[in-house]
Design a protein around this ligand. Structure first.
Ligand code: FA5
Length: 301
């Protein structure tokens, strides 16, 4: 690299250096000022282009609403909570033993035909057909304490879908167990429930029936809320509407739950909230609940 030979006489150099510095500082200041001016201009342009008019009306957020079955379930919980029943959650996927055998329906029991279900690839593991297996879970958990629980949840049945029957639907089971529980307690509880759910003055009828896990067993009807018992299409001109199955817990079931049937007794019932909502809101097709049609769902506030 060749050194450049200074051409400026030494007495002129300080003045020349000062001047060079002044020019450099001037250029830098001009550059900064230009950058700042460009930044300001870009910002002002974007403020104008993306202007938000805060005085415009906003988009109203539409509040969601509860599904009619959720509403019905909550109403059922509230009524039974006032009577001292706790909610007990039990699983949807059950063993054949809990869904049937321990409820006094051994393999090949004819009553199993009424409750065909969906099977998993694991032998003996099925989707529950009713909430009744929860009775055994609750008993095994609470023994030897007295029990007062309701057991809500989805049930699954391999059956024809019709205006009254779905293959997936909810049930609410009830179980009261202690040393002095009688059929009178069952009747009092159900009549009180019917009055609170459907309005005071309901007629409640207990019809003898059969369930392998209760003895004696009954189906419970209320006088038709649409025609006040006079007879109409909904009640098939009988004046009565079925709301649940019920009965005194069978001694075999008490034993399977760990309770001595000579000491303890209990009542149980199982109702279908879809059917209850159909009666209460006059819905004539159960399929409406799970079809996800907003025109139907938006009617429930
Ligand atoms: C039972 O499932 C018994 N576990 C009920 C019970 C519990 C009896 C405890 C005694 C003691 P059932 O199959 O009748 O019984 O069903 C009970 C209720 O579930 C019916 O009254 C109905 O409201 C509802 N239900 C049954 N099948 C369907 C279905 N396919 N679609 C909608 N709801 C249904």
């Amino acid at each position: 690299m060749s050194e450049r030979t200074p051409t400026l006489p030494s007495e002129e150099r300080p003045a020349y250096g000062r001047r060079a510095n002044e020019v450099k500082q001037g250029l830098e200041a001009a550059y900064e000022a230009k950058v700042e001016a460009l930044k300001q201009a870009t910002q002002s342009r974007s403020l104008v282009a993306d202007e938000v008019d805060v005085s415009l009306p906003g988009h109203p957020s539409r509040p969601g609403r509860l599904h009619p079955i959720t509403r019905t379930l909550r109403e059922i919980y509230r009524i039974f909570a006032e009577m001292g029943f706790q909610v007990y959650r039990s699983r949807d996927v059950e063993t054949d033993d809990l869904n049937f055998t321990l409820l006094n329906m051994p393999p090949h029991h004819p009553a199993r035909d009424m409750w065909d279900t969906f099977y998993t690839v694991r032998p003996g593991v099925i989707l529950r057909t009713h909430t009744s297996p929860g009775q055994i879970h609750a008993m095994r958990q609470y023994y030897p304490e007295p029990i007062r629980v309701i057991l809500p949840g989805m049930c699954y049945r391999y059956e024809q879908v019709t205006a009254r029957s779905e293959l997936m639907f909810t049930q609410v089971e009830g179980l009261a167990l202690g040393k002095t529980i009688t059929m009178a307690d069952l009747k009092g509880t159900i009549v009180d429930f019917a009055n609170r759910m459907f309005g005071q003055g309901r007629q409640v009828r207990f019809r003898a029936s059969h369930f392998p896990f209760t003895e004696p067993s009954a189906e419970v009807d209320i006088d038709c809320i649409l025609c006040s018992g006079k007879g109409c299409r909904v009640c098939k001109f009988t004046g009565w509407l079925e709301i649940m199955g019920a009965g005194m817990v069978h001694p075999v079931v008490l034993e399977n739950g760990g309770y001595d049937p000579d000491v303890y007794s209990g009542f149980a019932f199982g109702m279908g909230p879809e059917r209850i909502a159909m009666l209460k809101y006059r819905i004539d097709d159960i399929r409406a609940f799970w079809a996800n049609d907003l025109r139907f769902l938006q009617q429930f506030r």
